[in-house]
Write a protein that binds this ligand. Structure first.
Ligand SMILES: NC(=O)c1ccc[n+]([C@@H]2O[C@H](COP(=O)([O-])OP(=O)(O)OC[C@H]3O[C@@H](n4cnc5c(N)ncnc54)[C@H](OP(=O)(O)O)[C@@H]3O)[C@@H](O)[C@H]2O)c1
Length: 302
């Protein structure tokens, strides 16, 4: 298949691109900068230069490809506090891609996050949980709904920590940077709340399996470890940096955890049993705490 990937130059997109190329697929990658275009071209990717806001371009590429994987997201906007602006741009891009895929039976793999499931209180939350509305959830539901319009659509709900030595600006490096700045690695309250995790290369394999064979309307969980206590994550980061892990109250969370203050206290146990059964996906990468202990996250400043 010839797959159009948005975000092909990003942390996860680059790994998905490598995974698809290794499996013999062709990749068309969206690149907004010369440096991203060069990195993709050097791998043998067919490059389309443009921005996520170029909706006509996205539609055309969806028509021209055999399927779409959507991974681009305006994280820069999110980090400046404009999360809803990034969400709106994401929805416009998805709508354009969908317009190019309707009644084609082609696959469209979208991206969401497991953190949205934290509010359900389920232990663990499973793939069959459908949320009514919310940031990223609206996009997830829209993509799933395309299964009724002749699109073999699926959505990967990623763990908040997609980790490996390929991860340079995800939540783990961000937590490390905050801990470096403050001289403490913080968790909220007793830190018993859990975050799931997945290794980047396992996530990449899941995207390949999804684009190749996920049935239309599949919610998939990109989760290898169902829940690691946030305190353990903070302690592993503290150990790597040589600083202490400390408990902070909700009123201090912003100081120590920046924009992650809203998520760091979430209890988000998440299962991927159904994903593994349905797609034959078997995560094999290192666990999050071992990956942090391996030291690569501390080798370079952000
Ligand atoms: N990493 C995680 O732990 C994690 C967890 C849960 C969910 N997710 C989601 O998974 C997806 C991929 O994440 P990631 O970690 O791979 O992100 P990333 O490393 O920040 O990569 C983002 C990609 O989007 C592209 N992009 C950003 N703004 C763009 C624009 N305006 N026009 C065109 N392309 C644009 C970037 O291009 P450039 O190369 O030009 O910057 C890059 O290829 C995102 O939806 C993210 O929210 C990630």
């Amino acid at each position: 298949m010839k797959i159009f990937i948005t975000g092909a130059s990003g942390h996860i997109g680059a790994a998905v691109t490598d995974e698809l190329l290794a499996a013999g697929h062709g990749v068309i990658g969206l690149a907004r900068s010369e440096s991203s275009a060069k990195a993709l071209a050097d791998k043998g990717v067919e490059v389309v230069q443009g921005d996520l806001d170029d909706t006509d371009l996205l539609r055309e590429q969806a028509v021209a490809s055999d399927g779409v994987i959507h991974l681009a997201f305006k994280h820069e906007l999110m980090r400046t506090g404009e999360y809803l602006g990034a969400i709106d741009a994401d929805m416009r891009a998805i709508t354009a891609l969908a317009d190019g895929l309707r009644n084609s039976d082609k696959p469209f793999v979208g991206t969401s996050g497991s953190l949205a499931l934290a509010g359900t209180g389920l232990d663990p939350a499973t793939e069959d949980v459908e949320l009514p509305a919310g940031p990223r959830v609206d996009a997830e539901n829209f993509v799933i709904g395309l299964a009724d319009s002749g699109v073999r659509s699926s959505v990967v709900r990623l763990a908040p920590t997609v980790h490996s030595d390929l991860d340079h600006h995800g939540f783990v490096p961000t937590l490390i940077e905050f801990a470096r700045q403050h001289g403490h690695s913080a968790y909220i309250g007793d830190g018993a709340n859990r975050w799931p995790a997945v290794h980047t290369l396992d996530a990449a394999r899941l995207y390949r399996l999804a684009v190749e064979s996920a049935p239309g309307g599949s919610r998939l969980h990109g989760v290898a470890e169902s829940g690691i206590a946030f305190r353990d994550i903070a302690e592993a980061i503290g150990k790597g940096l040589g600083v202490s892990a400390i408990s902070v109250g909700p009123d201090e969370a912003e100081k120590y955890l920046g924009f992650l203050k809203d998520f760091a206290g979430f209890d988000n146990p998440t299962s991927s049993e159904l994903t593994q059964q349905r797609l034959g996906w078997r995560p094999t990468g290192a666990g999050l705490l071992d990956d942090i202990a391996a030291g690569h996250y501390f080798a370079a400043a952000l």
